[in-house]
Ligand binder design. Structure first.
Ligand code: APR
Length: 312
């Protein structure tokens, strides 16, 4: 039987995710949005690419969660994108309401699904979805690290003029300007990056990675969507095919990295059960301090949600 993925939010990220899923023939897709007509139209449009591109995937769009029933995976992209001058955190309360509705409805119709969050501010939205669904922590996962690492690898590939596929890297922490690209664990074909690039160049790439989202908002007037969608679909693929890829994802921590009760990006094993393992990696003292700072920024947002939205 075909797998089923619901994508909540048929905007830029959601529609791009649906296209990626179709190209990979990963699952049938249900696009859900509040914007009547748009999800059905985009679903139909992407379905009509099938005969041209040669994929056999059922795509439907709807405003009704009934059609999402028994999804294996729900990718939540619904919400407001960042506009120039806005930080991800400005989006907090607006997107909380959207994610709450999406998470509750998804849990109601697909109680066994694995949820992948994309809506920003990412780590806080993961926490909200975790609380609103009551799902076990391994089934509520955030997409951030795969994207941030992809940006980091893109910049490194450009600087070194090598294939981005040869670059192994890890970006941890919250999905914001405090994220932590782990330079000590970055390598190119197995060669530590510090042997190939000087420190000022590495520092500039780390900074550009941290500002990667803002760079695109400035250029496009809205937040990025092709790479975020591709990153979410890589996670979905690892889960549906039980590939057990090790990827940086936002995960609920209970003591790992000395952090408790919040979502932060860490390396995890993604398989059929969702997060099957959280890896704790050795870091330099500076990296540890940067991760603690990044987790602090996430905690501030969660505290606002606890306070204003009254969730414990
Ligand atoms: N339920 C379902 N869909 C909703 C809801 C809701 N309660 N509220 C808004 N939406 C839909 C909008 O109608 C819109 O079609 O979410 C979609 C968002 O699409 P875009 O505005 O194109 O935003 P997008 O670029 O896709 O970004 C969505 O992902 O990367 C993050 O920061 C980004 O939080 C933002 C999210």
């Amino acid at each position: 039987m075909r797998k089923k993925i619901t994508v909540v939010g048929a905007g830029n990220v959601g529609a791009s995710a649906a296209i990626n899923i179709a190209y990979k023939e990963l699952a049938d897709v249900v696009l859900v949005d509040i914007n009547e007509g748009v999800p059905s139209g985009k679903g139909l449009d992407i379905a009509q690419m099938g005969p041209v591109e040669g994929y056999d995937v059922k795509l439907v769009g709807t405003v009704d969660y009934e059609a999402t029933k028994d999804s294996d995976i729900v990718i939540i992209t619904a919400g407001f994108p960042r506009k120039p001058g806005m930080s991800r955190d400005d989006l907090l309360m607006k997107n909380f309401e959207v994610v709450k509705t999406a998470a509750e409805n998804s849990a109601k119709y697909s109680p066994n699904a694995i949820i992948i969050l994309v809506t920003n501010p990412l780590d806080a939205m993961c926490w909200a979805a975790f609380k609103c669904t009551g799902f076990p922590k391994e089934r509520v996962i955030g997409m951030a690290g795969v994207l941030d690492t992809a940006r980091y690898r893109t910049f490194l590939g450009e600087a070194l003029q090598v294939s981005v596929e040869s670059i192994q890297a890890l970006v941890l922490g919250g999905h914001g300007d405090t994220m932590v690209p782990l330079v000590s664990l970055t390598s190119v074909g197995g060669i530590p990056i510090t042997q190939l690039l000087d420190q000022p160049t590495i520092d500039a790439i780390v900074q550009r990675t941290r500002d990667g989202g803002a760079e695109l908002v400035k250029l496009m007037g809205t937040s990025a969507y092709y790479a975020p969608a591709a990153a979410a679909v890589e996670m979905a693929e690892s889960i549906l095919k039980d590939k057990k890829k090790v990827l940086p994802c936002a995960a609920y921590l209970e003591g790992e990295y000395g952090l408790n009760g919040l979502y932060v990006g860490v390396p995890v094993k993604l398989g059929a059960k969702g997060i099957e393992k959280i890896y704790e990696v050795e870091m330099t003292e500076a990296e540890k301090a940067a991760l603690a700072k990044s987790a602090g920024a996430v905690k501030e947002l969660i505290d606002v949600l606890k306070d204003k939205a009254g969730i414990a």
